[in-house]
Design a protein around this ligand. Structure first.
Ligand code: RB5
Length: 147
């Protein structure tokens, strides 16, 4: 599995921990930055990761900021992105099974690294169920396309 990962200054340390965990799982991780703790603007990194996903260069994306919320708002502006802020293990699996979420957003000021790594692992390991859930995603795509 190819994963694109990104963060802002608030998410830097957690991004490194999640990246290491994913690499230990055998994932290929492309780090889109930021790479230092200098204050920066999260939409830049949300867009970079989102573009990796919609282009197909990455199968899934992971974004880390203070709460995960800014990253999710920004990533969801990119057509084809379904970004979800997740803080628990149940939701980590559900957003893949039911929503086919393709970007996971984590809050570094909300989660400890152990839980964040487990959430990322479950997100990556879980498959979309399709069926009735695909019908609902088609409806979301229609909203996106102004239909
Ligand atoms: C940065 O201070 C913070 O606003 C950002 O990381 C994020 O939490 C925004 O949603």
């Amino acid at each position: 599995m190819k994963i694109a990962i990104g963060c802002d200054h608030a998410g830097l340390e957690l991004k490194e921990q999640v990246k290491k965990h994913l690499q230990e799982m055998g994932c290929t991780v492309t780090d889109m930055g930021t790479y230092d703790s200098k204050s920066c603007h999260y939409p830049i990194y949300a867009q970079k990761v989102a573009m990796e996903v919609v282009s197909g260069r990455a199968g899934l994306g992971i974004l880390v900021c203070g709460t995960g919320v800014g990253m999710s708002i920004a990533a969801n502006k990119v057509k084809g992105i379904r970004a979800a802020v997740v803080s628990d293990c149940f939701t980590a699996r559900a957003v893949r099974m039911h929503n086919d979420a393709n970007v996971l957003c984590l809050g570094a000021r909300v989660l400890g690294s152990g839980l964040a790594c487990l959430i990322a692992q479950l997100f990556v390991e879980t498959e979309f169920e399709g069926g009735r859930h695909q019908t609902r995603l088609d409806m979301i795509r229609d909203i996106e396309e102004g239909k």
